[in-house]
Ligand binder design. Structure first.
Ligand SMILES: C[S@@+](CC[C@H](N)C(=O)[O-])C[C@H]1O[C@@H](n2cnc3c(N)ncnc32)[C@H](O)[C@@H]1O
Length: 305
């Protein structure tokens, strides 16, 4: 298929182009992101954008750009930047944040009460353009005036998409992202820059951004000893096998008392028995199941906490 015929093909039903299927399989192998047949049209459109940029004529040639040409790794990153959609906003799920403050943070503090280091580690996995980790940082700053006084909070924020991460580092946002901000948060934690809002340095200080592919087992080794993981609206990209792999990593990275938050339409049903669903007011989270804890540490989750 040529670059010119990509546009034409977008309008046509019929069996998928075998070269497109090879690209689909390659993306799945690299990032765990699976495009079912009904999403191939979207993938074709995204490949078309890259082909135009590279002035590549056919999908076969583009497949070579991704596999055997010298800059193949850079091209894969560029394609992943095109296909990962980072829909997000500040305070996307208020009940989840309330449950974090009222239930989960006190539990984590209790579990760590006897440790010399008063540090809370949170991971925003699939942080997109940064609204989620900055929201968490603001919430933690509010908590620091009360029960978290004297604690250090570290927020690791990771994503696959380099463009999203650059936006996150820049920390300037428009109306769409900031639509859920209350006047209190808006005034306290943002500075107006023209028509946009910039996150203040006090909020940015505890957040560190890095590129991490959740399907890259070696890269995942860099994360450890986490109290809380937010992985919201990310698992939707993955098929069951990829989900299982990522969730196993989360299990290994979380401390015994750790909590995992997913997006409000996501669940681990049929994905993992190592976690147990806990119902919080207006939200849910996952903790390590007693059975899994007994298997991995010889003690139950409740003992581990
Ligand atoms: C819809 S956004 C969710 C943003 C935020 N967590 C929220 O709920 O508002 C999904 C993010 O997952 C990221 N993502 C998809 N596949 C990924 C992978 N294999 N590794 C890391 N991040 C990935 C995308 O780049 C995108 O930024």
């Amino acid at each position: 298929m040529t670059a010119a015929s990509v546009q034409f093909a977008l309008a046509l039903p019929g069996p998928p182009d075998p070269e497109l299927v090879r690209i689909r399989d390659l993306i799945y192998q690299v990032a765990g992101i699976f495009h079912p047949d009904n999403k191939l049209r979207l993938l074709l459109e995204r490949c078309g954008r890259r082909m135009k940029e590279l002035k590549t004529q056919t999908l076969r040639e583009y497949f070579e750009c991704l596999t055997i040409r010298p800059n193949r790794q850079a091209e894969m990153i560029a394609l992943l930047n095109e296909i990962t959609i980072g829909e997000t906003c500040f305070f996307r799920n208020q009940p989840q944040l309330d449950a974090l403050r009222q239930i989960v943070i006190p539990k984590v503090m209790e579990a760590k009460a006897n440790l010399p280091l008063r540090c809370l580690r949170i991971w925003s996995a699939g942080c997109s353009t940064g609204e989620e980790p900055y929201t968490l940082s603001m919430v933690m700053l509010e908590e620091a005036q009360g029960r978290l006084k004297g604690w250090t909070v570290e927020i690791a924020a990771t994503d696959l998409n380099e463009r999203s991460l650059a936006h996150a580092e820049n920390a300037v946002y428009g109306n769409y992202s900031t639509r859920n901000l209350t006047p209190l948060y808006r005034q306290k934690y943002f500075t107006t820059v023209g028509e946009q809002l910039q996150v203040q340095s006090a909020v940015r200080r505890s957040v560190s951004f890095s590129r991490l592919n959740l399907s890259d087992d070696a890269g995942m080794a860099s994360m450890a000893s986490l109290d809380i993981i937010f992985c919201c609206n990310v698992l939707i990209y993955f098929d069951l096998a990829s989900k299982k792999r990522v969730i196993q990593h989360f299990y290994n990275k979380l401390l015994p008392h750790g909590h995992l938050f997913l997006g409000h339409s996501e669940s681990l049903y049929g994905v993992s028995d190592d976690f147990r669903l806990v119902h919080l007011p207006g939200a849910t989270a996952y903790v390590k199941s007693d059975r899994a804890m007994t298997r991995t540490t010889g003690m139950t989750g409740r003992q581990g906490a």
